[in-house]
Ligand binder design. Structure first.
Ligand SMILES: [Zn+2]
Length: 340
């Protein structure tokens, strides 16, 4: 099987004998390899969200158009912050019942009561109640994970609904959530920008909770390939999703958005080609990554097909085996292993 990027080889073939400058090649968007195309490769979108305004029919239509077999639904249940908020766990479960095999509902991590830093450090009766409620939901076997837990999040200037958050990972409430997830055999999906202190606390969590599977969103907090490599080697209970990690105007997490930090790393070059160190990382750990579009707000669905097409371009830079792993096989394994 081809080890090198399929697309570079086909480009070379395509330009052989033609007068095409190197600059023109470098700025052209790469094509999608046959093995990564819509007909050949079904995708499980592991980083989907659910707002009240997202209808099941619209989601199914977008998935069918772009060759997405299944989508994780992480409800956003915030009140009073954005007109499109107020999704619910019940809504996610209802969508899954109405369309068997198409949706993977998560118990929401994005909720007002988890926005309070003190509650994570000193869990109160509200936290006790939430844990009981989540436990009851997970007992129904209708939910496949808990998330997205917004732990270290950069706020966007001037956008009230995109607030800055700085919650410790190494905190009592996180440990209780990790216990709950382990008991029900579901993963925790965590958003935490990979600042040095965050990486250190993530290590503690993964080490102290070896029975809890953690999906660290956005290529493990937009960490460097070296840090991710080190973490995946040390902790078999860690996975990374590539939620929205596209260096394109339609998917901000793959850029330096909303601000650049020294510990923030991209995965692609802005034309749909993986950066060499990330390509090597995915080939080295093919079973530890998922794809995800991260349409956090309803308007983002307008670019859903662009996001999936861009992921298919990135998958074209991998071997067909690794592309299949990231596209759906890893998700199939993760979500078929519900232990209860
Ligand atoms: Zn996120």
């Amino acid at each position: 099987m081809l080890r090198g990027p399929w697309i570079r080889q086909t480009w070379l073939a395509a330009i052989a004998g033609a007068i095409v400058g190197a600059a023109a090649v470098a700025t052209s968007a790469p094509e999608i390899a046959p093995f990564a195309g819509r007909e050949a490769l079904p995708i499980v979108d592991v980083h989907g969200h659910l707002d009240a305004a997202m209808s099941a029919d619209r989601l199914i239509e977008l998935m069918d158009e772009s060759g997405v077999r299944q989508m994780v639904l992480m409800p956003r249940t915030y009140t009073g912050r954005h007109a499109d908020g107020l999704g619910s766990d019940e809504q996610a479960a209802r969508y899954a019942r109405a369309h068997p095999g198409r949706f993977l509902p998560f118990v929401a991590g994005q909720r007002d009561v988890l926005d309070d830093r003190d509650r994570w450090v000193h869990p109160d009766r509200v936290a006790d109640g939430l844990l009981r409620e989540m436990d009851a939901e997970l007992r129904t076997h209708e939910f496949y994970g808990i998330g997205e837990l917004i732990i270290r999040h950069y706020g966007a200037e001037g956008e009230r609904h995109l607030r800055e958050r700085d919650i410790p990972i190494d905190a009592p409430l996180m440990r209780r959530l990790a216990d709950l997830a382990a008991r029900h055999g579901v993963p925790l999906l965590i958003h935490a920008e990979g600042e040095p202190a965050v990486v250190a606390e993530m290590r503690t969590l993964l080490q102290q909770q070896p029975g809890t599977r953690v999906i660290w969103a956005h290529n493990c907090g937009r960490s460097s390939a070296a840090i991710i490599r080190d973490m995946l080697t040390a902790y078999p209970n860690l996975w990374c999703d590539l939620g929205g990690m596209l260096n394109a105007p339609f998917a901000p997490y793959g850029r330096y958005w909303p601000r650049q930090t020294p510990w923030m790393f991209l995965i692609e070059d802005g034309t749909g080609q993986l950066l060499p160190e990330m390509q090597a990382l995915y080939e080295a750990f093919p079973t530890r990554f998922f794809l995800g579009t991260d349409p956090a707000f309803t308007p983002a669905l307008a670019t859903y097909d662009h996001r999936i097409a861009r992921f298919r371009q990135l998958l074209s830079d991998l071997t067909p085996e690794t592309a299949r792993r990231l596209a759906h096989e890893n998700a199939d394994e993760m979500f078929s292993r519900r232990g209860n």
